[in-house]
Design a binder for this molecule. Structure first.
Ligand code: ADP
Ligand code: 5GP
Length: 192
């Protein structure tokens, strides 16, 4: 699809446990596809080293987030790993109205909320080859404390139980293979 305001952009909704490789896959997808944009979520989580406000997330206080909920600014929001995360309605609307495709990296609760609201899009779950490998990736990333990693691993098991609700599943074992599969789902006609 070209960036033409006569056509509405598509939504691609990606979920999967923390550390599975969503950001790694999406960064590459965004670099290779000029009509694709990232939905910058709002969160109360603290920025990690290297994360930029307005690019990775809009980082806000809990007070601000609760006020945004009251103003009905979110298409969906959820509490994930003890922090609030939400998708801005206007951001998505502005981008899709101008013909841009938008990719959302949101948790399983957020995806379920969008499915229940009948928000049309391509829903994709990224799964790890094993929980052991997930633990290795979270430790290897080196961005989170042992406590934070423990919470994320505990939540991973529950998140994995949502996998069968997704029409598209990509197992991120070998990064190259997973990227090809994801790209094929989105651009190669492998969409469900
Ligand atoms: P998420 O966004 O899902 O939390 P990241 O993209 O931050 O996950 O990846 C977590 C860590 O795992 C990073 O250090 C990343 O480089 C690494 N990683 C991602 N995909 C793979 C893979 N297929 N094999 C090995 N390591 C990977
Ligand atoms: P992280 O803190 O690792 O960046 O993200 C933690 C989790 O929050 C991931 O599962 C990610 O998909 C999810 N997440 C990020 N933004 C949103 C959002 O706007 N809404 C929801 N529901 N989840 C989000």
């Amino acid at each position: 699809m070209t960036n033409n305001s006569a056509h509405k952009g598509h939504l691609y909704i990606i979920s999967g446990p923390s550390g599975v490789g969503k950001s790694s896959l999406l960064k590459r997808l965004l670099a290779n596809h000029s009509n694709l944009r990232f939905s910058v979520s709002t969160t109360t989580r603290q920025p990690r080293v290297g994360e930029q406000d307005g690019i990775d997330y809009n980082f806000v206080t809990q007070e601000q987030f609760l006020s945004d909920i009251d103003k009905d600014l979110f298409l969906e929001w959820a509490v994930v790993h003890d922090n609030y995360y939400g998708t801005s309605k206007t951001q998505i609307q502005t981008m899709t109205d101008s013909g841009l495709d938008v990719i959302l990296d949101i948790d399983v609760q957020g995806s379920q909320n969008l499915m229940k609201k009948n928000i049309g899009g391509i829903y994709i779950f990224i799964a790890p080859p094993s929980i052991d490998e997930l633990r290795k990736r979270l430790n290897g990333r080196g961005t989170d404390s042992a406590d934070v990693i423990a919470t994320r691993l505990k939540n991973a098991e529950k998140e994995m139980s949502f996998m069968d609700k997704y029409p598209n599943i990509v197992i991120n074992d070998d990064l190259e293979e997973a990227y090809k599969k994801l790209e094929n789902i989105i651009y190669g006609g492998g969409i469900k």
